[in-house]
Design a protein. Structure first.
Length: 364
């Protein structure tokens, strides 16, 4: 028996369609089906045209630390973690204040020893250096500058190396020559001067050099070890040295205070400049001057920052002796913060509680 051909099947279907015409519902279904097919075809054409117009963006240039920065943004800081200066081993974490002090002194001693090796034997140490990007702390201090002429870049270059005297001298040269220095550069220099009290930090211990050997003298092994030990171990500080260092930490007066000289040379100091001076004065013991400067800010209508208020709250007990006077100053500072819409943070309450702790008990 022969199988029906395609044409015969199509002919039979046409005959059935003529014999049984489409109803209203079936015609509607037919219209919807055809419209759906047309929409699908139209969307396919649009996709093909969009693929043809697809433009691949150019590759962005990223540094070697871009991935690490992206990962660090996904993880928040653990407020309950130990300070960064300690190791992560729970067994080695210090528990008492004396242990913390001893721990930090040991870490600082190791850092000073490493700096001594870098300064005394740079050729041996730098022969094994292969760091990328370069870590400046692993290299001997370099006092050569790229910008020799007075400029803002030269000021920032000297500021990065904590050479405050050269930075202030260059700033003064620019002002005397009639050139203007950006307020952001002046504020950056003022921040560093106020924080370090116009003197470079004592970051490197100056070790005494061993005495020069005479020609033809042969010392034994024990004498060599004693000389090295005397050269490395610094002498214990006496009371005069401690008192001298304490005097250096206090707020300087006159021309020695480069921060005050720089602040007075500014034509129009802004809120950042005033707040830097207040925080520096409080940090280095000039509490009365800090409140006098705060009163001048209030008279001129300059707003104090949150950090400035935190510093003033911590210094209230130093300018008043009576309990009621201290409490009135604290309340006045808090009301002023509320009037200026400054939201306190945890440090604000910590300084407030510490001031209350230092105050005398309430009179009965």
């Amino acid at each position: 028996m022969a199988t029906p051909s395609k044409f015969s099947c199509a002919r039979n279907i046409c005959k059935l369609c003529l014999k049984f015409p489409l109803s209203k519902n079936s015609s509607r279904f037919y219209v919807h089906a055809t419209s759906g097919i047309q929409n699908t075809v139209q969307k396919t054409d649009e996709l093909e045209s969009s693929f043809n117009k697809l433009v691949i963006p150019k590759r962005k240039k990223r540094d070697d630390l871009a991935v690490l920065r992206a990962l660090s943004e996904t993880v928040g800081k653990d407020s309950t973690a130990s300070p960064y200066g300690y190791h992560d081993d729970p067994f080695l974490l210090p528990k008492t204040p004396m242990e913390r002090k001893r721990y930090l002194l040991a870490a600082e001693s190791g850092r000073k020893a490493a700096q001594l090796v870098i300064r005394t034997k740079p050729d041996v140490f730098l022969a094994h250096q292969n760091d990328e990007p370069k870590i400046e702390a692993y290299y001997p201090p370099n006092k050569t500058y790229i910008f020799t002429d007075p400029s803002e870049d030269g000021i920032m270059e000297r500021l990065d190396q904590l050479d405050f005297k050269s930075a202030c001298d260059m700033h003064k040269e620019l002002i005397d020559s009639g050139k203007e220095v950006g307020l952001d550069v002046s504020n950056a220099l003022l921040d560093a001067l106020c924080y370090y009290n116009s003197q470079p930090p004592l970051d490197v211990i100056e070790f005494d050099k061993p005495p020069a050997k005479e020609e033809g003298s042969d010392n034994n092994e024990e004498e060599k070890q004693e000389e090295v030990a005397e050269a490395i171990e610094p002498p214990a500080p006496n009371e005069k040295q401690i008192m001298k260092r304490w005097i250096q930490d206090t707020w300087k007066e006159g021309e020695e205070n480069m921060a005050q000289v720089l602040f007075e040379s500014l034509k129009e100091p802004d809120s950042h400049s005033y707040n830097a001076m207040i925080r520096g004065m409080v940090k280095h013991g000039a509490h009365g001057k800090a409140f006098n400067l705060f009163n001048k800010m209030q008279e001129k209508g300059i707003q104090t920052s949150l950090q400035g208020y935190n510093a003033l709250i911590s210094a209230v007990t130093s300018i008043r002796t009576d309990y009621k006077d201290r409490w009135e100053v604290l309340v006045q500072l808090l009301k002023q913060m509320q009037a200026e819409n400054i939201r306190p943070n945890v440090l604000t309450f910590n300084n407030l509680l510490n001031s209350l702790r230092l105050m005398e008990p309430l009179p009965k």
